[in-house]
Design a protein around this ligand. Sequence first.
Ligand code: SAH
Length: 352
Amino acid sequence: MDKRSIKSLNYTELLAEVEKLGEKKFRADQLYDWIHCKQARSFAEMSNLSNKFRETLSERYSLTVLRCERVQESAIDGTRKYLFALEDGNLVESVFMRYKHGNSVCISSQVGCRMGCRFCASTLDGLERGLTPAEMLDQIYAITRDTGERVSNVVVMGTGEPLDNYDNVVRFLHLLTDEHGLHISQRNVTVSTCGLAERIRQLAKEHFQITLALSLHAVTDEKRRKLMPIAEKYSIAELMDACGEYFRETGRRVTFEYSLVGGVNDTEEDAAGLAKLAGPLGAHINLIPVNPIRERDYVQTSRERVLAFQNKLEKTGINATIRRELGRDIDGACGQLRRRVIRGGQSAGKED
Ligand code: SAH
């Protein structure tokens, strides 16, 4: 992994590199096309580049590829969950989902996570390292190759805290949406954060047209601190402020993710509090029935109660959707599959 990863270079950097190596400018277009459009897995494949140029490139650069360790397909909804090995042997998960509006891939941004959210399996073994931009792209490229289908939406909602790997994630977002590459519309990209307020402000200044999703999960600081250690650092008021700035800077409404945990954050009072927070920002609310993990005793809110919660929000004019639970039968929740494989056999999911 000592060589620089060529896939992490943006078009301008690649162009400078190509010129430095004494090649014509149009070679940069060809190279970028091989890497990001044709998604080549070796320099040898790049047949319209000279042998000598390909050799020089492979001496100087690595072209990372992921090894697919396991794929699980849901018998219920066709969702595919992938476990990939990175070049250093670390494992990451990604998910492919089919929706009416197109195919969506959920990628991991880190190996493990250090945010410590109580209900989340990804954080149980802590953080190993952040992913490079190339490794984030690789998840999408590998899934496109495997399914043979176009990916139109990307959500950075897998394992890891994207804003804890800020520079790599921002570079990844540029590469993903770059017109010379895969060119995914920024509006079809969502980045989900547990709420690093300063980083949200910084992201606002990048002026992407992506959707920012804030994992809120509670409407009082006291309750939030019980579920998410990051709430010790940033208050809900600070987060609302940062989301306000995101909205002002980008014109994009934020989404609040709210995992409903039975008996913890699912009362009428919680719904009223949530409506109050969402109202001024025009935030959309995504309700997620918590996916119970073996290591914790959290239980799901009953279906009736989820609907009542949604109803209460909608009555106050707040737009709230209940996330379809895709892939429940395949360790769908964050970090469950990776953990099961590392631990050898046992699922982190409660249901089996
Ligand atoms: N670190 C980022 C992105 C990864 S988690 C974040 O916190 O937003 C993606 C979403 O799944 C978050 O809203 C997270 O709180 C939620 N989540 C994690 N484990 C869950 C579980 N077991 N049940 C329901 N939601 C879960």
